[in-house]
Design a protein around this ligand. Structure first.
Ligand code: NAD
Length: 281
């Protein structure tokens, strides 16, 4: 069974999500307000699929077929034909509330509206639509074609039927879904972000250099990547937004974002995407 998928946002997550759906045989339309982002998103998918062909995990004919299933759009028109919409636009609550209002107006009645948000409340997003039972979190990990997990987040009103459909869909992508409930940061970022924030405090207080902190966590805790390098991969601006959601949503001062993390963001040192964060790229 293949569904008509619409992905809203063609950035680092959106193009990865479009990639895995197209490779699994679904027709996918990637929508973005920026034509440049659509072009870059498509180019990234081509580059990443070429790498998979080189490694032998995808054959060239399957690659060509998958690329042929991906369409691009600057408007929400394709949402009218969608079975499932996955929103992966910028991490900003007001923006997502507006997008979900528009998606609800455009999508057919039975369509599921999912968000790839890292931290914004699924319950609150769902309340902006007339179909809260069909709104759910489908949180892919970065880089999407490589990472096994999809965190499936049930909002307060999400139905069992919607949850079952999304769990099944994730399995058909070859991913492992894990069902969780909607609280700030869900499970992934509730546990990950305090660790990243604490690593930045260690750097700020001079407990160790960035290399020392990451090496302790890699070699001592068997993490494949240190917390500061991981923060650079996620984007330091995205990290601050998520930590602010934990701080606001849980009301505990232990979640306050580290001032050094804020300083890096203020300097425009956002990690890999700007060539400089805790490390240089
Ligand atoms: P990004 O900045 O790379 O991409 C966001 C894209 O959304 C941009 O191309 C932007 O033009 C587009 N956009 C903005 N407003 C839009 C609109 N109204 N309609 C359509 N497109 C619009 O960001 P990203 O890292 O891909 O993150 C996207 C989402 O995925 C966020 O909610 C983020 O929290 C979540 N997420 C990120 C990661 C990560 O590691 N970066 C991991 C998991 C989840």
């Amino acid at each position: 069974m293949s569904e008509r998928i619409v992905v809203v946002g063609a950035g680092q997550m959106g193009n990865g999500i479009a990639h895995v759906f197209a490779a699994a045989g679904h027709s996918v339309t990637m929508i973005d307000v920026s034509r440049d982002a659509l072009g870059r998103g498509r180019a990234t998918i081509e580059k990443n699929m070429a790498r998979q062909v080189q490694k032998g995990s995808l054959d060239a004919a399957a690659r060509d077929a998958a690329l042929g299933r991906i369409a691009l759009s600057e408007t929400l028109e394709p949402v009218r034909e969608a079975d499932i919409v996955i929103e992966a636009a910028t991490e900003n609550a007001e923006l997502k509330f507006r997008i979900f209002g528009d998606l609800d107006a455009a999508a057919p009645n039975g369509a599921i509206l999912a968000s790839n948000t890292s931290s914004i409340s699924i319950t609150e997003i769902a309340a902006r639509t007339g179909r809260p039972a069909q709104v759910i979190g489908m949180h892919f990990m970065n880089p999407v074609p490589v990472m096994q997990l999809v965190e499936v987040i049930r909002g307060l009103a999400t139905s069992d039927e919607t949850t079952t459909r999304v769990l099944d869909l994730a399995k058909r992508l070859g991913k492992t879904p894990v069902e969780v409930n909607d609280y700030p940061g869900f499970v992934s970022n509730r546990v990950l972000m305090p660790m990243i924030n604490e690593a930045v405090y260690c750097l700020m207080e001079g407990v160790g250099s960035a290399v020392a902190i990451d090496t302790v966590m890699k070699l001592g805790m068997n993490h494949p990547m240190g917390p500061l390098a991981l923060a650079d991969l996620i984007g330091l601006d995205t990290c601050v937004s998520i930590i602010e959601v934990l701080h606001r949503g849980l009301g505990d001062p232990k979640y306050r974002p580290c001032p050094l993390l804020r300083k890096y963001v203020a300097a425009g040192w956002l990690g890999r995407k700007t060539g400089r964060g805790f490390f240089s790229y």
